[in-house]
Every structure is written in C-alpha cells, then in structure tokens.
Write a protein that binds this ligand. Sequence first.
Ligand code: COA
Length: 320
Amino acid sequence: MNARIIGTGWCLPAFRADNDYLATLVDTSDEWIRERTGIRARHLAGEETTVSMAAEAAEKALARAGREASEVELLIVATITGGTDTPSAACRVQAQIGAKKAVAFDVNAACSGFLYALHMADAFIKSGMYKNALLIGAESLSRIVDWTDRSTCVLFGDGAGAAYVEASESGGLLAQSVGSSGDKWEVLSCRSRSGANPISGAQPAGYLTMDGQEVFKFAVRTVPRCIGEALEGAGVRADEVKLFLLHQANLRILQAVAKRLEQPEEKFPMNLDECGNTSAASLPILMAQLDEAGTLKRGDLLALSGFGAGLTWGACVLEW
Ligand code: COA
C-alpha cells in the first residue's frame, strides 16, 4: 500500500505585499528582489493565523477528495509558526474542522516539513496503522522575520496548503529520500522567543537569521542529489517525470537544480513570484494550485522536493 494524494487545497492571506510596499519598510527595491530571488509579491497574515489558514486549506482538500473531516485518522501540520508552543497547531486545526477521531500532531522540519509529513504518512499507511491522513503545511513567517533586516524579510510569505492522502494499491508515493544535517543548524535558524527564567534572566527576542549563500550552496548541491535518489528508488528516469515540484525558495535555486538534472525549466512550475517563500506551506500550495488548474492528471509522474532549516531535505517520486 502507498499513500496516494486524493484531494488538495490552499489558502493565502488577503493582504498582498508587493516589492514596492517592502521598499517603504526597508532599504530595498523591486529590482533587487526580483533579480536575486524572482519574487514580486508575498501575502502577509493580518487577521489570519497559521491555524485558520491551515483549516481553510484542509477543508478545501477534503471537499475536493469528497471526504468528511470525521473520517480522518491522522492529521499532521508541518509548521514552525504554529502560534502556540503547546498545544500543537494540528490539535487546534482538528478542533476547527471537526476531525474528531484523528491523531493530531505537528512536525517541525521548516521548508522540508511537508515532505517529512508525507514520509511519515506513507510509513503509517504501509504499516497498516492508518488508512488515510490529512497533511498540511502552514506558516505565518511574517511573524518571525525581523522587519528591519532587508536580507531576510523580503524573502518570506504566509499561507497554507493541504493534501488528503489514502492507502492505495496502485500509484501514490513510489520512493523517497529524506535527510537531516543538524551540525549545520545555525545556517538558518530562529531562536525561541520564550526562554527567560529566574536564573537565565531576559533573553533576546528571536528572529529568523540566515547565511543566504550557505543555504544557496546547500540547496543546489542537495536537491538534485536527493531527487536523483528518489528517482533511482522508483526506477524512474528524470525525463519520464512530468513536473518537478520544488520548495519555492528562490528562482535561481530552481534554475540551478533544473540545470543539474538536465531538465527544461518549464518542468519546474513556480508560484514564488506571487507567494515568496512560505516554508512548509510552499510545496502543498503549489501542488494544490496546479491541481485546481487541472494541470495534474491521474497517472502523471511527479517529483517533489523540499529543503531548509535543520538543515533538512527530502524528495519523493509519486504517481498522481
Ligand atoms: N535589498 C537590497 N540590497 C540587499 C538586500 C535587499 N533586500 N538584501 C541584501 N542586500 C545587499 C547586501 O547588504 C549586500 O550589500 P553589500 O555588497 O553592500 O554588502 C548585497 O546586497 C549582496 O548581499 P548578498 O547577501 O551577498 O547577496 P546574495 O547575492 O547572496 O543574495 C540571497 C542574497 C538571500 C537572495 C541569496 O543568498 C539566496 O537566495 N540565498 C538562499 C536563501 C534561501 O532561499 N533561503 C531559504 C531556503 S529554505
């Protein structure tokens, strides 16, 4: 049995912040941001929260699958911005959508989070423990970036994407390659904002910090490698893959990966121009938008890949 995606959904906050808007906050320009990243705009949460966006995306995924929340057995939210240290965002989404019988928990693997959730769901399904899962990537990164740091705040956005998966005897997840490298954790991190106690005294506020060039090198090296491993595991050639759905971090990273895999850039769909980098949400948002547009057809071979803080990475090959 494999985990097979049956329905998808996505949600972006209403407020669209284009690059010119950001230039009113920090010393930057539309030209710099577009040339270095490919990003034109991102959506920022106002009244929306990670949980409200996750719930909206999840309900759309269930509706597209023709399933009820009450049927969901496993509910995983991939997020680093759940809004509460405890309980998990997943438990709060569970309450909001009424997935009463689900086992609900979060996974913290940053931009690889959705791949990690898919990895776990497939393992639970293969073991026979659960027959279905609702997987959500949801983030409000705008709440953890330093809005005075132009080198990071221009990159990120908010949103949520969801996929409902079921056990299937055919198709679905064919192979995957997932990994972590904790020794590089400081390359991209956000220290907790809590942490003060009577002994430690006040702790500095934590914001997202990043060594951009290290992350760039890591992504360009690791993503083609783990996609290659997943392709090999599935017995699929790169040219047989219809689309490569990658974490939407940066246009130049996607172009470099396409080049290394010797595949045309047209096979790497993008929404980062409108969404920025939404971390764990980026892959499921992209997938759900393509699904909604009718681009994904049953039987298509797809390769998915995520990479980010941890450092973490993952790739899988699936038959839609
Ligand atoms: N607007 C204008 N100038 C900016 C800027 C901004 N938003 N951010 C940085 N700069 C400046 C820097 O201060 C620096 O100026 P200096 O030369 O006077 O010191 C200059 O631009 C170059 O900075 P640098 O950091 O070397 O740029 P870069 O070419 O490495 O591009 C990134 C920066 C972040 C776009 C690039 O490193 C990158 O894409 N990294 C991967 C990031 C990523 O995808 N992270 C998430 C992964 S999950």
